[in-house]
Design a protein around this ligand. Structure first.
Ligand code: FAD
Length: 475
């Protein structure tokens, strides 16, 4: 009897899992699954402890779900990618594995590891099959007329939609239960050798079933209000599925199919297209990683921006990290992320812009800090978002377009409802003054236990324009 091994990584689900599905296709094969934790590697990637904890809880649920299908999930913990290749080779020898199935990851180090694994196992006589699974369409499959990767999102998304209209990617069911005998006790999932930080299970319930439930509920109704609500951080107007997509408790194809089930006209028109567009942004950044691997190595897309003379003031950086800049919308956003591991998209744009364009701090420091805090940390989306905000990326905000943190707050959190949730020290400030609390305090002879703005926006803006212009001239 053939033995098939499914190597699970960021695809922690049994539904619509290409590798698992393929491994189970041969009815009489013995199928086993394996997850290898690599904490040392995670540290290098700044994976947040909350994301590690979400993965650990989701793994427990995945082990049960696989067992219900007659499949054992094995588990191993080793330092890094190189050790994981050694372990896989030994596991395949011991268990007499004939074929390995896995879903691609697109980051540079992950691809190197997978190439090394494939070489090693092929030498051992194991057949290795990889699958495009964490994207709607495979990287490299949507190209310009001259067969290049799109560098601008709008034409990319038009071509993407066109491809989806012609042929929808299939959404696979969970495999049928197998008649394999399970051991009396399933392999123990020892806690990761990684810093622990609990996350809010109400906000981010782990596992595939909870992800599917949230997806269903979101596509039924809230997705129709998404165009108006998605920019208002005080509302629960977005799907909050990012951790599920980043760790693979949910697939983008499941999102697309559920969306079309509830809103069948979406590929042609309609309000739900706005949400679909965000899923296409997600794929855009993944396709870019594969086309331009230097993005994984902390390189700006626009090389002239390497000349920008960043200020990197450590006091300013700490104030930004702690949510003590004196700009209420920035501080409330940073505290939301520090406390929950998630930040609203509009606020990610505002806080990233503030770090780069008001404090002139290198975007790469912000990118790393976000990764270390976000439960949904995802290299492609995070790098894409930071390079967009820093004006260093492809199709990024032009460097002279600089958010004003006060007017952004006024526009997207008019009454300060969101700000009040995270800055209790502004409780006595009236709504009309919530975006300029110190102005109000001065006028009304009040004392506030809240820092004064660490920079003056107008002057900071001028400075940023000057250092970007100088960098451009020097290149
Ligand atoms: P929804 O609005 O419901 O969107 C649905 C899904 O689409 C999201 O779950 C996400 O997978 C994807 N998506 C939405 N917006 C974007 C976008 N702009 N780029 C790429 N994918 C998107 N997203 C991450 O998943 N991980 C990150 O580490 C990350 N870092 C970011 C850093 C910065 C500076 C910026 C500006 C954005 C970043 N984003 C990141 C994108 C976006 O902010 C989050 O995906 C979104 O806020 C997650 O909330 P949601 O699930 O409710 O999203």
């Amino acid at each position: 009897m053939a033995t098939h091994l499914v190597w699970l990584r960021n695809d922690l689900r049994i539904n619509d899992n290409s590798a698992l599905w393929a491994a189970c296709r041969q009815r009489d094969a013995n199928v086993v699954a394996l997850f290898i934790a690599t904490p040392q590697q995670w540290r290098q990637h700044d994976m947040s402890p909350r994301q590690a904890d979400y993965i650990w809880h989701s793994l427990q649920l995945l082990q049960q779900a696989l067992a219900a299908k007659g499949i054992v999930l094995h588990y191993y913990q080793c330092a890094d990618f190189s050790a994981s290749v050694d372990y896989l080779a030994a596991f395949c020898r011991e268990q007499q594995v004939d074929a390995l199935f896995y879903n691609y990851q697109y980051e540079f180090n992950e691809r190197e590891r997978d190439a090394a694994t494939e070489r090693r196992l092929t030498q051992q006589g194991v057949t290795v099959q990889g699958f495009d699974d964490s994207v709607l369409l495979p990287p490299g499959s949507v190209r310009t007329g001259s067969q290049k990767m799109y560098k601008v999102f709008t034409p990319f998304s038009k071509a993407y939609l066109q491809r989806l209209r012609i042929s929808l990617p299939e959404c696979l069911p969970a495999p049928e239960p197998r008649s394999q005998t399970l051991p009396q006790t399933l392999p123990a999932l020892a806690p990761f050798d990684y810093p622990r930080q609990a996350f809010d299970h109400q906000l981010f319930p782990p596992g595939e079933a909870a992800a599917l439930q949230r997806l269903r509920a979101f596509c039924r109704q809230p997705v129709m209000s998404y165009p108006e609500q998605r920019d208002l951080p005080a509302l629960d107007g977005t799907s909050r599925l990012s951790v599920c997509l980043a760790t693979g408790t949910l697939s983008p194809r499941q999102c697309l199919h559920r969306l079309l089930h509830e809103q069948p006209q979406t590929l042609e028109q309609g309000r739900a297209r706005v949400w679909l567009n965000e899923l296409i942004w997600r794929d855009f950044y993944r396709h870019l990683l594969v086309a331009f691997p230097a993005l994984c190595k902390n390189q700006p897309f626009m090389t002239w921006t390497k000349q920008v003379a960043w200020q990197d003031n450590p006091h300013h950086f700490t104030a930004w990290q702690q949510g003590k800049t004196g700009y209420p919308i920035v501080d409330a956003a940073m505290r939301q992320m520090n406390r929950t591991g998630w930040m609203h998209n509009r606020l990610r744009m505002i806080t990233a812009s503030f770090l780069v364009k008001d404090l002139q701090i290198n975007w790469q420091l912000g990118e790393r800090y976000f990764m270390s805090m976000l439960i949904d940390g995802d290299l492609a989306a995070n790098n894409g978002g930071w390079q967009w905000a820093a004006s260093t990326g492809t199709d990024a905000a032009p460097y002279f377009r600089i958010f004003n943190p006060t007017t952004q707050g006024e526009r997207f959190d008019k009454q300060g409802e969101f700000i009040r949730r995270w800055l209790p020290e502004l409780a006595k400030v009236p709504d009309s003054a919530i975006h300029d609390p110190h102005g109000w305090a001065k006028k009304n002879h009040q004392r506030l236990d809240y820092p004064s703005p660490i920079v003056e926006h107008k002057a900071a803006r001028e400075k940023t324009l000057a250092i970007f212009a100088a960098a451009r001239k020097a290149s």
